[in-house]
Design a protein around this ligand. Structure first.
Ligand SMILES: CC(C)(COP(=O)(O)OP(=O)(O)OC[C@H]1O[C@@H](n2cnc3c(N)ncnc32)[C@H](O)[C@@H]1OP(=O)(O)O)[C@@H](O)C(=O)NCCC(=O)NCCS
Length: 183
């Protein structure tokens, strides 16, 4: 199977990583108003930004066969956020590259769900994609996210710190740390 063949969902012990549906948009909008969830992002996501995100994710799956999967709790069927892959859309010393990323509703943190989903995504990469590396990045203050990166075997590239090109250099969230994992 290559990456463009239809892998509709990925199942783990406690989670289903699946394609997004319209029904995910309300809970996704709500989690993006939570100050804890957006602490390390420049701001809350508006309805328009959520719609645009949704369209882009659908397009990613259509074009590449992968993207940010919606994450559903098997036990309750509840949508709890996303975990997945994206082509880095800005120029940096480490691009072109594919990143792994995650965002979960804060009431579901601290239960290992992000790591469980991310490990499943890494297995998908190893099994179906011919990539030599996956990257991930965040601000130095986002220790929870870096913790997930470390737990899935990524290593910080200490020479890889960069200022995010979409933010002013003086913005407090401009500086990012880079993690890498060879496949
Ligand atoms: C980053 C984010 C996804 C991390 O979520 P998380 O729940 O802290 O991450 P994990 O799934 O790894 O769970 C962490 C903790 O769950 C605990 N846990 C409880 N039950 C567990 C279980 N059954 N299995 C594994 N871990 C379990 C662990 O102790 C672990 O903490 P530790 O590694 O310090 O021991 C979350 O904080 C988030 O969505 N943040 C906002 C968005 C964001 O910043 N995204 C990243 C942008 S780069």
């Amino acid at each position: 199977m290559n990456s463009k063949q239809n892998l509709k969902s990925i199942e783990t012990n406690r989670l289903i990583l699946r394609l997004w549906t319209e029904a995910d948009l309300v809970p996704f909008f709500e989690m993006n108003q939570d100050p804890k969830v957006i602490e390390f992002f420049p701001g809350a996501m508006s309805h328009d930004q959520v719609e645009l995100f949704f369209k882009k994710v659908l397009l990613q799956f259509e074009t590449n066969g992968y993207g940010f999967w919606a994450v559903e709790l098997k036990r309750t069927g509840e949508f709890i956020g996303y975990t997945g892959l994206a082509h880095v859309m800005f120029d940096a010393p480490f691009t072109p590259a594919v990143e792994i990323g995650w965002r979960l509703a804060s009431e579901h943190w601290g239960q290992g769900y992000a790591t469980e989903a991310a490990l499943a995504v890494m297995n998908f990469v190893g099994e179906f994609l011919s990539l030599s590396e996956i990257v991930s990045f965040t601000v130095p203050q986002n220790l929870r996210s870096q913790n997930v990166m470390k737990k899935i075997g990524m290593e910080r590239d200490v020479l890889g710190d960069f200022n995010h090109p979409r933010l002013d250099e003086n913005h407090p969230l401009s500086l990012h740390v880079l993690y890498r994992k060879g496949i």
